[in-house]
Design a binder for this molecule. Sequence first.
Ligand code: ADP
Length: 368
Amino acid sequence: RKAIAVMTSGGDAPGMNSNVRAIVRSAIFKGCRAFVVMEGYSGLVHGGPEYIKEYSWEDVRGWSSEGGTNIGTARCMEFKERDGRLLGAQHLIEAGVDALIVCGGDGSLTGADLFRAEWPSLIAELLKNNRITKEQHTRYQHLNICGTVGSIDNDMSTTDATIGAYSALDRICKAIDYVEATANSHSRAFVVEVMGRNCGWLALLAGIATSADYILIPEKPSSSREWQEQMCDIVSKHRKRGKRTTIVIVAEGAISNDLTPISPADVHKVLVEKLGLDTRITTLGHVQRGGTAVAYDRILASLQGVEAVNAVLDTTPDTPSPLIAINENKITRKSLVDSVRLTKSVAEAIHSKDFKKAMSLRDTEFIE
Ligand code: ADP
């Protein structure tokens, strides 16, 4: 019987529990043993039954309606070093695991792909140092890896949505609705900072959904003077028409076209000094990642979990590691390494001020 393990890694995202639940149950349904790795890559580095646990069908009961990730997640520096990955390989073999499904962001999936690429040399070293037996070396020649994308940022190229993004978006919209009510009472302006790292998806979509007055995102930067003038023009036009509220959404990664970060404090200053508005800053922070997943994320995570199990069972030593995506409402398989590379190239394009390229790369949905 094959043994399939799942872990969640990097920043947590609502819907990760649905993903783990679907993976555990699909694996068992397909006649495999199901394992979970606790605390992301730290669990691999620590090893042992406390960190690499076999799960039964009942162990994931009710998980779809729980937020966060019940199997824990962590950032793990040791796994970035070869020695950490060597321990990880040893512990997976000791637990009898054949395949690993990682639910995380681009960092976690980069680590996963590296782990698979290095696997033959890792197990050769383990054998040489008598840390595994000859039989184990033969039995665990290949490690099948598959990625599912858990991230509130929706920042992975090649997939239309990542697990958790619509839940975070929903939370942001609700929070802005709350702020709007008090803004209206006092005729105030609010600058709302939202998460997303280098990606403006959450800020842009929240801005559309709440009809914000102005949105600042990393993919479409302008000079300081330009955005300030444009924002002031738009806000004063709205105010002249009798609007009592002003909402400006600032993405975490918002920048000017000289790559200077734009902070909520910068926006606050402009609204106060140029327009004389009574202005407050609201930083939503971790509220955005918390709470339960919206129905869309639960469904996405469940469907992708089933496909991830199918994918690891189909993968042969010669096929590239798959990443489970969604494109035009269909669950699809992409090359994990290409998806990660394309995602990184968006950040690189932004940093080299090639904003047009960044936009076009973000729009890329298919890799041939
Ligand atoms: P995310 O997956 O949300 O992008 P991080 O970038 O923090 O989050 O990555 C999560 C974890 O994945 C890291 O703490 C580390 O253990 C592992 N990881 C990230 N990048 C690499 C890498 N280049 N090589 C090996 N492991 C990595």
